[in-house]
Ligand binder design. Structure first.
Ligand code: HEM
Length: 173
């Protein structure tokens, strides 16, 4: 229950989102002992997107056919891990009212879906011939995926540390 507001507080322009009863209900529900699964799972696609670019760059530099085989695995496992991480994030977004009501949550969803599409293309493009795929388009897709991972990951951190999404605010229940 919100405390009664004074007359001067009531004169402020109202923000319908902030006024909504669900505004403070931001606590993670897809969690293990209160720790959001999404935050634990996103570490895999983030690391693997960077490693895919690293493997492509090493192939460009050394010409060693070992690196394209590494890249096809990092791209594939990164994509699958990203889809699982995305599912936990999406369920959280849909079932937690204080997360669902905030626009930045949906911005993160759009960024993440675009990123997952790029990661999927990066994997699928390499499957027929991992070595031939690297130069020039494989490494370009990897660079795009790495940049988008940085933006999406930074934005995910903003959700938690700026908007306090996924954290407990309402201690009444
Ligand atoms: C459909 C896709 C996704 C949705 C709907 C989604 C949703 C969310 C939500 C609601 C949070 C707030 C924390 C929580 O409640 O768990 C969050 C945090 C975060 N997300 Fe996502 N996410 C998605 C995919 C991704 C992907 C693919 C990445 C990888 C780049 C990512 C990176 C992050 C990061 C780094 C955080 C901050 C975690 C922390 O520091 O605690 N998300 N996401």
């Amino acid at each position: 229950m919100r405390p009664k507001r004074t007359w001067s507080q009531r004169r402020r322009l109202a923000d319908p989102i902030e006024e909504h009863a669900a505004f403070d209900k931001t606590e993670s529900r897809i969690a293990l002992a209160g720790h959001p699964l999404h935050a634990m799972m996103v570490t895999y696609p983030i690391a693997l997107a960077f490693l895919t670019f690293g493997a492509d760059a090493l192939f460009w530099w050394t010409g060693d056919p070992f690196w394209p085989r590494v890249a096809v695995w990092t791209a594939g496992v990164g994509f699958v891990a990203g889809v699982f991480a995305g599912i936990t994030g999406a369920v959280e977004l849909l079932i937690v009212p204080g997360i669902r009501i905030r626009a930045p949550s949906w911005t993160h969803f759009i960024l993440a879906c675009t990123l997952l599409s790029v990661m999927g293309v990066n994997w699928g493009y390499r499957l027929p011939d991992a070595q031939a795929a690297v130069l020039p388009f494989g490494i370009l897709i990897s660079a795009l995926g790495m940049g988008m991972t940085a933006v999406t990951g930074w934005h995910g951190g903003k959700l938690v540390f700026d908007y306090r999404i996924g954290t407990q605010r309402d201690h009444s229940d």
